[in-house]
Design a protein. Structure first.
Length: 256
């Protein structure tokens, strides 16, 4: 008599799925933590008051650096998103995930240009204003106001494309594919809130304080969700590795 045969993977060799989830989970957590740290060091620039904005930037020697760090943190988080989407098996979930990834890539490009542009321009203006005569300082204040106005629209577009659309779509994809439903729908809710908030501020800048979008939603709630996703991916990686490491049952044969 032959016992039922159970196919197993070779012991000690982690599967591609486990490796993919592990790398992606680490990237999701690391990207979120670094991004939040950079945003905390950045602070809330009083963009509505260009004179105060120059004083604010002058008091932060790391102002330019944290903008660059935030861009690289978002790039690391993108690696986590790619790994997450690669782990999806449901056909509709994969389509939604890829659409979310496309939006994230465009949003990251816009964010990179907007963030580094503002991150370099304001420190240079602040340094010049600190040494300028009153008449010259007035010109520099007007230049700072122009920088704020020029980067405001792209920054809102970046928030919508980087966090709004991707979380909305990827959240649904996760719920369809067997990830914890609460985590998927939470991402969808946060993404929808971010998209609506960015659109509202674009159409009506005085609608509510921008700190609610950039600080609370973008720098805290979105990043907490990313950490939760990363931890979930790491747990699934560990579970997948355990299954991979289990040896296949030995087949026993009885002689006729």
């Amino acid at each position: 008599m032959t016992l039922p045969d159970t196919t197993g993977l070779s012991a000690g060799q982690p599967s591609d799925t486990a490796r993919n989830l592990k790398i992606g989970g680490v990237c999701a957590v690391l990207g979120a933590v670094v991004f939040t740290t950079a945003r905390l060091l950045h602070g809330d620039t009083p963009a509505a008051d260009p004179r105060a904005a120059l004083d604010f930037v002058a008091s932060r020697p790391t102002y330019a650096a944290v903008h660059l760090v935030a861009v690289f943190a978002a790039l690391i988080a993108m690696a986590g998103l790619i790994s997450l989407i690669k782990s999806l098996a449901h056909p509709t979930a994969r389509v939604l995930g890829r659409a979310g990834l496309a939006s994230y890539a465009v949003g990251l490009a816009v964010f990179s240009v907007e963030s580094t542009g503002e991150g370099l321009a304001l420190p240079e203006l602040a340094e010049a204003a600190a040494k300028a005569a009153p008449a010259e300082r007035a010109e520099l204040v007007r230049a700072a106001h122009a920088v704020a106005m020029t980067t405001h629209g792209p920054s809102l577009a970046a928030m919508a494309l980087l966090y709004g659309v991707p979380l909305l779509l990827v959240g649904v994809a996760m719920a369809l594919d067997g990830y914890p439903a609460w985590l998927g729908w939470a991402g969808t809710g946060v993404g929808a809130a971010t998209l609506l908030a960015a659109t509202g501020l674009f159409l009506s800048p005085p609608l509510f304080p921008g700190a609610l979008l950039y600080g609370v939603l973008g720098s805290m709630i979105v990043q907490l969700w990313s950490v939760a996703v990363g931890v979930t991916m790491l747990r699934r990686a560990a579970a997948s590795a355990r299954v991979t490491a289990e040896p296949a049952p030995v087949q026993h044969h009885r002689s006729p």
